[in-house]
Design a protein around this ligand. Structure first.
Ligand SMILES: [Ca+2]
Length: 86
């Protein structure tokens, strides 16, 4: 094998290792974000919202959020964001 071929193969191998490392790092970051409880796009919150959305009126129309549901329970004197009697 000529030295030139060796260095080409070495460069290709280094590029392949670098590509795999970058892809793995991005995949790990994406996975971390998907299970981060502070991220409102995490899979658990979105899953609860999707199930609640279908159960509340039978349609997947974005009419339910877990946060809104908890707020409604904690504020029974409010109706549609307005205090009753106003
Ligand atoms: Ca719905």
């Amino acid at each position: 094998m000529k030295d030139q071929h060796f260095y080409i193969l070495l460069g290709l191998g280094a590029f392949a290792v670098w590509s795999v490392a970058v892809s793995a790092k991005k995949a790990a970051a994406d996975f971390g974000a998907s299970i981060n409880p502070a991220n409102t796009d995490n899979i658990f919150y979105n899953g609860v919202n999707a199930i609640g959305d279908t159960l509340d009126d039978g349609q997947a129309d974005g009419s339910f959020t877990l946060g809104g549901w908890v707020w409604d329970i904690m504020h029974p004197e409010w109706k549609d964001g307005i205090p009753e009697g106003q």
